[in-house]
Design a protein around this ligand. Structure first.
Ligand code: PHE
Length: 509
């Protein structure tokens, strides 16, 4: 290593009687280079050292010029002395330069070196003593001057500046030696075989060294925001619904929600249908030993439910006149990728109807829509969905609940806009004022489930159910400042972004 100073330092110490000063021994070596070597030597107790901060005086470019070529006034004197018949004042700048002429002429008069004879300059002395040049030369060699007044004066004249310099006072340490022996970092098989381990010197462990970062997995931002939402739901007494069914039937995704079979959302352009197998088996009664039923749950008669749904669509039932169209069983058995997690909520409400009681459920999982992909839309995204079933619920209660729910994620101003969903009445779009973005943003969709959806499954007439849904992507993009959804999800995602993004915190009240 060209810049390794360990050997020069050990050499310098061996020929010195006591401590050495790095600024004397190695005046032109950068202090960082010296310190690196000192730290290596000190870690083996070969040297000890103290750091000395001192102030050094260095020449400015103008000072350098004077140290080499003389002061302005000396230049003027020389020019005047060289002109045997006197020097015209107006010729001076051409000979010594404009700057030297201006400053030097006055100083040369002050020192009595030249005199004026009409418009001619003549020398007033045989020889001069150029003090400024000498002072600057001393400073250039020693980085200091014995007379502090001189330094102050030169500084005022902008010929020198002062700087901080670090130097080291170096002494021999308890384990000083002339040679810096390379220390072994590994005990090798060869060293054991040839016996060299007995005399080798081993490098001690450095317990202060930082460990290398271990590669590890990292949570995706969507997962972090999801966890924050889960915490809010758990705090508010919600149970998490099982959302592991990405493939659903038209029945659970649409028919059970009173979505007519001609509804545009059921078009191929909006929904991904499964081609193989394209259809589910028709519904049947729960077998008495259904392993999915909890001990307290009664087996359910899905055939009866399915028949109720057909009737409420086709002819009307439960006080509703229905849609009055021929309902197709095949359409309701078509397999598709669920377009919302309300299919899961419906399934859970149907289970609840077997034993109706107040309940709060939520889910956060993936849904699929056959949509054109752009900066804010993908063909799959995550929905956050909640349902509350209870007796005596009102629309005012839903609005009040939303205010509490969204306040928990730092959204305090809400607006509700009447909307339409086939399965809720009334329905409301929820807008929140985002202080960071400074505008109103749509944050969710909500409503009270219709009797045409609840009564076929056996929910009692006086039980009301709130439902609402929002996307997980939108708050995540806002939180992490991501403007293109494709930077968050999909094959173009920057893994470094995933590994280094911070934990999310929804501002709490
Ligand atoms: N399913 C609705 C959506 O996809 C959200 C919603 C759920 C609305 C429950 C009302 C009730 O936007």
């Amino acid at each position: 290593m060209a810049s390794d100073m360990t050997a020069p330092i050990l050499d310098a110490l061996s020929s010195a009687d006591g401590p050495i000063l790095s600024s004397d021994a190695f005046p032109s070596t950068p202090s960082l280079t010296i310190k690196a070597a000192l730290d290596r030597l000190a870690s083996r107790s070969m040297v000890t050292y103290d750091t000395i901060d001192r102030e050094v005086v260095v020449l400015t470019p103008e000072g350098e010029d004077i140290a080499a070529n003389g002061s302005h006034e000396a230049k003027v004197f020389q020019a005047v002395a060289a002109a045997l018949d006197g020097l015209k004042i107006s010729d001076l700048p051409c000979i010594v330069g404009k700057d030297s002429a201006k400053v030097g002429q006055g100083n040369a008069f002050k020192r009595g070196w030249i005199k004026k004879d009409k418009d001619l300059l003549r020398p007033n002395t045989e020889s001069i003593h150029d003090e400024t040049k000498e002072q600057l030369q001393t400073i250039k060699e020693t980085q200091t001057h014995p007379d502090a007044k001189v330094v102050a004066d030169l500084k005022k004249r902008k010929l020198v500046t002062t700087q901080k310099a670090i130097s080291f006072k170096i002494s021999k340490g308890p384990k000083y030696a002339r040679q810096f022996v390379k220390e072994e970092t590994d005990l090798t098989a060869e060293m054991l075989a040839d016996g060299s381990w007995k005399t080798a010197s081993f490098k001690p462990y450095n317990f202060k060294a930082k460990g290398a970062p271990t590669p590890s997995g990292a949570l995706h931002p969507l997962n972090k925001v999801r966890q924050e939402f889960r915490n809010i739901f758990f705090e508010m007494g919600f149970e998490e619904m099982p959302t592991n069914r990405f493939v659903e039937t038209g029945f659970w995704n649409f028919d059970a929600l009173f979505v007519p079979q001609q509804h545009p959302a059921r078009d191929l352009q909006d929904t991904f249908y499964i081609s193989d197998p394209a259809k589910a088996d028709p519904p049947r009664e729960d077998p008495p030993n259904n392993p999915h039923l909890k001990p307290a749950e009664k087996p359910r008669d899905y055939k009866e439910y399915w028949e109720n749904v057909r009737q409420v669509h086709e002819t009307g039932k439960y006080g509703s006149i229905g849609y009055r169209y021929p309902w197709s069983a095949d359409e309701s058995l078509r397999l598709l990728l669920r377009t919302h997690t309300t299919s899961v909520s419906t399934y859970m409400l149907h289970k609840l109807a077997a034993n109706p009681r107040p309940a709060r459920y939520f889910s956060i999982d993936r849904v699929f829509r056959n949509e054109a992909v752009d900066a804010t839309h993908l063909a799959e995204f995550h929905q956050i969905e909640g349902v509350i079933a209870d007796f005596g619920l009102t629309l005012g209660g839903l609005i009040g609940f939303m205010e509490v729910f969204f306040a928990k994620m730092g959204i305090h101003r809400l607006r509700f806009k009447p909307a339409y969903n086939p399965y809720t009445e009334p329905s409301m779009e929820i807008f929140g004022y985002h202080t960071g973005l400074g505008k109103w943003v749509e944050i969710g969709n909500s409503g009270m489930f219709r009797p045409e959806m609840l009564e076929p499954m056996g929910i009692p007439k006086d039980m009301r159910v709130y439902g609402w849904g929002l996307s997980l992507e939108r708050p995540t993009m806002i939180k992490y400042g991501v403007s293109n959804i494709r930077d968050l999800l999909g094959h173009k995602v920057d893994l470094n972004f995933i590994e280094t993004n911070p934990a999310v915190r929804l501002e709490k009240d």
